[in-house]
Design a protein around this ligand. Structure first.
Ligand SMILES: *[C@@H]1O[C@H](CO)[C@@H](O)[C@H](O)[C@H]1NC(C)=O
Length: 260
């Protein structure tokens, strides 16, 4: 825990430097204030139930998210715009707490269950802010026997845990390109996406669900470029020729660029 603590301090320092330098172009995402909420866990210690999830990241292990993930209550899931955001979570005010905190990525929705009381089982019912963590992530902040613990959380930049460029996973068919955007650094989230084939202009994509965006267009046989705008920071980046002209559905392509 101590080392995680230190590396985050280090990241914060870098961010403060950028801001104080007044480098006029772009200010990286800075952590939000700590806020009180609660956390539970789901799945088992093998993380088998953490596969899939409402963001559409598929296999979280092979796609680089690991087991440090959480399902967010709809109040903060924000219809999927929270997908990919990074949160530091620390257990507080409970005898089951461990010291230190862990950093998780939002990969899933914790849906409301109105047949349970919001203060007794219906933890994810609005307007509650709740983190249903993968069990292994929960076990870093508290003893799992606790079941539910009070926590403090804050949004942090994802840069420390997202290395390399943004990844684009292609689904759909010949007339419909559905793209799942993964490994997003900076604020971790996406507000808008565009795609451009070598024979087309920029095509504005629409939000499908979770972290996926779609274009109803025939783009086969063209190298594809993508433009993305961050939901939180509004920063826009362009990834040219991410996929070669012979791109295929079912494959994932990695850009050289990412958010800061
Ligand atoms: C909602 O809660 C009820 C009562 O505990 C439970 O039987 C049901 O399975 C829950 N529904 C979902 C979708 O989890």
């Amino acid at each position: 825990m101590a080392s995680i603590h230190h590396s985050w301090r280090f990241v914060c320092c870098i961010f403060s430097v950028v801001i104080h330098c007044g480098s006029a172009i772009y200010h990286g995402y800075v952590p939000s204030p700590w806020t009180l909420a609660h956390a539970t866990f789901y799945g088992d210690e093998f993380a088998s139930e953490t596969m899939g999830g409402a963001c559409g990241y598929g296999n979280l292990i092979s796609n680089g998210y690991g087991t440090d993930t959480a399902a967010l209550s709809s109040t903060i899931f924000n219809e999927g715009y929270a997908c990919g955001q990074c949160y530091q979570i620390r257990c507080v005010q409970s005898r089951w707490c461990y010291a230190g905190y862990t950093t998780v990525t939002a990969t899933n929705l914790c849906p409301p269950n109105w047949s349970q009381d919001s203060n007794n089982g219906g933890w994810c019912n609005p307007p509650r802010t709740h983190f249903d963590m993968a069990k292994l992530a929960f076990m870093k902040i508290a003893q799992w026997k606790a079941g539910i613990v009070p926590i403090i959380y804050r949004r942090v930049p994802c840069n420390a845990i997202r290395k390399g460029g943004v990844r684009f996973s292609f689904q759909g068919n010949g007339y419909w390109l559905l793209v799942f955007t993964m490994n997003v650094a900076g604020a971790g989230d996406i507000k808008q996406m565009w795609v451009k084939g070598t024979k087309t202009g920029w095509i504005r994509m629409s939000h499908n669900w979770g972290a996926s965006y779609q274009a109803f267009a025939t783009l086969q046989g063209q190298a594809l470029s993508f433009r993305l705008t961050s939901y939180t920071t509004k920063q826009t980046i362009t990834a040219y020729n991410v996929a070669p002209a012979n791109w295929k559905l079912g494959l994932t392509y990695q850009a050289k660029v990412n958010f800061h």
